[in-house]
Design a protein. Structure first.
Length: 282
């Protein structure tokens, strides 16, 4: 990927972060930390990788995406809005009673959402079902999903891991947001799911390790997954919870807390500064 395109994607990703923070601030509720850590991979998928059309969100030939860690919907909504699925102006309605943008994605109300998610472990399971359906229907679409590292503590995740390997779902790619923190703190202290790579390998998956904030590394991982035959791919992304907001980075307290006005303004100012710096490189 050339430098110009990486800069363009970085600008979009930071706009997604701004939208996520605006959503959570406006609702005084939500999950900013994990939303900020997945902004880069969402941007790569929706703006560089997936076969999708915002004007035809139910195209049967489209690639599918499932946000298994559904509580980070603010990042998904920000990405979908930037991609043109619905107006950016609707972001501040997040979690309002009369809004279609609720705290977890709803496939029946939000354009571009392929599966309703929220209860951890169920999203990746649905993604596996979609991938198997593509195989049975002899379709070429691919299925992508993002899981949280704390989500790996759910037994259903490993039932799905066994399922996907058994049915040789090489059209399925699962990204693990490995930021090391969940709502109760360090994942290794709460219920240690590591070594994540060795566990997926033991279940029969192809495994790729990469930096969640490096577009070249993420795209390489996607290409490895596409080239792998006979098994699904798990991309273990080492990420920073609260990425690009100084006081939120690597701080579990921001897993599910809304910023106050002063904190929100500080965070937006930091992201605006990053965007301005990036734009100067174009």
């Amino acid at each position: 990927m050339d430098a110009k395109r990486k800069t363009e994607l970085a600008i979009i990703a930071n706009k997604v972060r701004k939208h996520a923070l605006t959503a959570v601030f406006s609702a005084n509720s939500g999950h900013p930390g994990g939303s900020l850590s997945i902004a880069d991979v969402l941007t790569l998928l929706y703006f560089e990788v997936m076969n999708i059309d915002p004007k035809n969100p139910r195209d049967p030939e489209r690639d599918r995406f499932v946000l298994s860690k559904g509580h980070t919907a603010p990042a998904l909504y920000g990405t979908l809005a930037e991609r043109g699925y619905f107006p950016v102006a609707d972001i501040p309605t997040f979690r309002k009673v009369d809004s279609y943008l609720q705290g977890h994605p709803d496939m029946n109300k939000v354009p571009g959402v392929d599966m309703s998610t929220g209860s951890l472990g169920q999203g990746v399971s649905a993604a596996g079902g979609m991938a198997l359906a593509a195989k049975l229907d002899k379709k070429d679409y691919r299925v992508y999903t993002i899981l949280g590292d704390g989500e790996l503590e759910e037994g259903q995740v490993w039932e799905q891991a066994m399922f996907a390997a058994h049915y040789k779902l090489d059209n399925m790619t699962a990204f693990i947001d490995f930021n090391g923190l969940q709502i109760d703190g360090d994942i290794k202290e709460v219920m240690n799911p590591t070594p994540i790579d060795k566990k997926f390998e033991a279940f029969g998956w192809n495994v790729v390790l990469c930096d969640a904030h490096d577009f070249d590394a993420l795209l390489d991982a996607v290409n490895v997954a596409k080239a792998t035959k006979g098994k699904p791919t798990a991309v273990i992304m080492k990420s920073v919870k609260g990425k690009n907001v100084s006081f939120m980075e690597n701080n579990a307290a921001w897993h599910g807390a809304a910023p106050n006005e002063e904190q929100y303004n500080t965070a937006i100012a930091e992201l605006d500064a990053k965007i301005k710096e990036l734009e100067a490189q174009l």
